[in-house]
Design a protein around this ligand. Structure first.
Ligand SMILES: [Zn+2]
Length: 179
């Protein structure tokens, strides 16, 4: 039986010729880029409770909640969720605010947080930013019991949900716990 051998060299093989490069669908962050929580939860190592969810206004001039509130009594250590540079540490109206910027253009703000850091300080993921102080905008009962860290993230003028950057989120954490 004769066997024909066709050499493949020199042939152009087109596999799945799809020139579309529109890969705009959301993809999960690689672990190396995921952020950490800025504070510890009630059980050490566990996630903190989110008591007020991200609820951006439909229009910039309307009221809303441009961040998340994490339940914690004052005095808690606040840690950097990711690497960055301090761009602001001081009072905004009546509350102390700390802001850090990331290399990829995000700005993270934390309040009310007192800090010894100054603008220009570099911070590494997990390093201490400062201490949660009082009053917070969650206080509704006895001082401290319902205190929270307000954490905001924005790119330019657009506020983003900080929780989307945290890798270990479980669905239960996303549910706002009301009272
Ligand atoms: Zn808040």
């Amino acid at each position: 039986m004769a066997t024909s051998v066709f050499p493949l060299s020199g042939s152009t093989v087109s596999v799945g010729a799809n020139t579309s490069s529109s890969t705009t669908a959301a993809r999960p962050l690689p672990a190396s880029l995921a952020w950490a929580w800025p504070l510890a939860g009630p059980q050490s190592g566990g996630p903190p409770r989110v008591i007020h969810a991200f609820n951006p206004p439909a229009k910039p001039w309307l009221s809303g909640h441009r961040g998340v509130d994490l339940l914690r009594t004052s005095g808690a250590s606040i840690r950097a969720p990711t690497d960055g540079v301090v761009t602001f540490a001081g009072m905004v109206v009546d509350r102390p605010v700390l802001t850090i910027a990331t290399a990829d253009g995000l700005r993270l703000s934390f309040e009310p947080v007192v800090s010894t850091l100054v603008a220009g300080s570099t911070v590494a993921k997990g390093s201490q930013l400062g201490t949660l102080t009082a009053p917070t905008h969650c206080d509704s009962g006895p001082p401290g019991l319902s205190s929270c860290l307000h954490w905001g993230v924005r790119r330019g003028d657009v506020y983003l949900n900080p929780l989307q950057f945290i890798l270990d989120l479980r669905p239960s954490v996303l549910l706002p716990v009301v009272r």
